[in-house]
Design a protein around this ligand. Structure first.
Ligand SMILES: Nc1nc2c(ncn2[C@@H]2O[C@H](COP(=O)(O)OP(=O)(O)OP(=O)(O)O)[C@@H](O)[C@H]2O)c(=O)[nH]1
Length: 409
């Protein structure tokens, strides 16, 4: 299905549904699955595997990426014409209207047989999405909720990083609170103690959700569907209630090590009354000071240079590098890099270039690190190892680089 996302090409939901030929709302509504989870938790990995399964043959997928250059759609092995990529901002706020418009257009195109007759929709949110507003679009928008029902919310949770992410980012907590199912990823590289602690915290935040381990995206496709066959109903009041739960969670900072929690009911509205902590309120959906930008790099990239660059970035500024994705031209080969804070996942070489672009491209989501600062580090990407030192770098060259890097960052 080819749906262009340029604003001029997508009519508004209202325009679509006032057109009599599209008003086939007597048809059964299409179930929508919301796949959410914080930055780098493993949503695209999961979706990439899933789309190869026969049960997804009649699914339409909407991917929302935070960042100007969409990289995920290059990595999901779904035929491109079956995807709608919204890459001009966060689905939940800046382009909330656009989600409704996109769903409306998909409905119309299906009704006119311009696209394959999909019978379900999966929306992969951006990692910084507040899922509650997306859920409200599906369940409460007058036009959309007559044609679509919310089947379920699945939240992908990274076992290594998410305890820290929950402490710092309200979005990560919201994503867990609203989940029907929690998909725990990266247990293979997480310490046992951390996973147990995480499971306890999740159970306190959302005891109704079921937990499932997902390693490298391996999942039974059925897990995604038929969660609420008649549609999950999320009223604005219910969403407001979740937000109150989140305030309670955030107010105490570390709820499960916090003594005051032992006799709290986290699902009561005033569960924190009298606990003696300052209760902070979150009006904004996103953490402050977060920037997202995309960059191209035309210079040469060597395997050693890439390794050094990744090591240095992780070591020097890991906590503020919320997410890095890149498709890098390493001596002519397409190599995907992925990082979540200090954790760089092993680079993966693609079998072929996904398009005609040959410049290296990056998407960064950072806290307080600007584009210029990153640009100043790119010279490291072309470093060569010392001739007689095998894979070791020339020590003097490295020293020069490390100084430049520290100054830049
Ligand atoms: N070790 C390990 N790595 C994983 C697992 N699942 C995903 N990853 C890696 O985690 C990195 C991020 O995965 P993505 O699927 O891109 O994460 P995402 O949630 O789509 O990221 P955003 O688009 O930034 O929100 C990739 O390098 C994956 O290979 C897992 O179960 N174990």
């Amino acid at each position: 299905m080819t749906l262009h996302k340029g604003k001029t090409e997508i009519p508004s939901a209202r325009e679509v549904f006032t057109d009599a030929t599209t008003d086939n709302s007597a048809e059964a509504p299409v179930p929508v699955t919301l796949l959410t989870g914080f930055l780098g938790s493993g949503k695209t990995t999961l979706l990439s595997r899933l789309v190869r399964d026969q049960s997804m043959a009649r699914a339409a997928i909407i991917i929302n990426e935070f960042g100007e250059i969409g990289i995920d759609q290059l990595l999901v092995t779904k035929p491109k014409e079956d995807m709608v990529v919204l890459s001009n901002g966060c689905l939940c706020c800046a382009v909330r209207g656009e989600l409704a418009d996109t769903l409306a257009l998909m409905w119309r195109e299906r009704a006119s047989a311009n696209v394959p007759p999909f019978d379900k929709v999966v929306i992969e949110t951006s990692g910084l999405a507040d899922p509650t507003s997306i859920m409200l679009t599906v369940t409460s928008d007058e036009d959309i909720s007559r044609r679509y029902v919310l089947d379920g919310v699945l939240t992908v949770v990274d076992s290594v990083q998410s305890l820290a992410q929950m402490d710092e980012h309200p979005e990560a907590v919201r994503q867990i609170i609203v989940a029907d199912r929690i998909l725990l990823t990266k247990n293979d590289i997480a310490e046992d103690g951390i996973v147990k602690k995480l499971c306890r915290r999740i159970a306190r935040l959302n005891p109704m959700a079921t937990l499932h381990n997902v390693e490298h995206g391996k999942i039974e496709p059925q897990l995604l569907f038929n969660v609420h066959p008649d549609g999950r109903t999320d009223s604005p009041e219910k969403v407001a209630e979740w937000l109150r739960l989140e305030e309670g969670e955030k107010a105490c900072g570390h709820p499960y090590e916090c003594d005051c929690h032992s006799d709290h009911d986290h699902h009561g509205r005033d569960s924190h009354a009298g606990c003696g902590h300052d209760h902070r309120h979150f009006g904004a959906a996103h953490s402050h000071d977060i920037q997202s930008y995309s960059m191209f790099y035309e210079g040469p990239v060597t395997p050693d240079g890439l390794q050094v660059w990744m090591d240095a970035i992780a070591r020097l500024r890991g906590p503020d590098m919320l997410r890095i994705k890149g498709l890098i031209n390493v001596e002519g080969l397409p190599v995907v890099i992925q990082a979540v804070q200090h954790l760089f996942h092993p680079p993966v070489e693609l079998k072929e270039w996904p398009d005609n672009e040959r410049r290296s491209r990056f998407v960064f989501i950072t806290r307080g690190i600007g584009r210029d600062e990153i640009e100043a580090t790119f010279s490291a990407l072309s470093l060569h190892s010392g001739k007689d030192t095998g894979f070791m770098l020339d020590p003097q060259g490295y020293e020069r680089f490390a100084k430049a890097m520290t100054a830049a960052l």
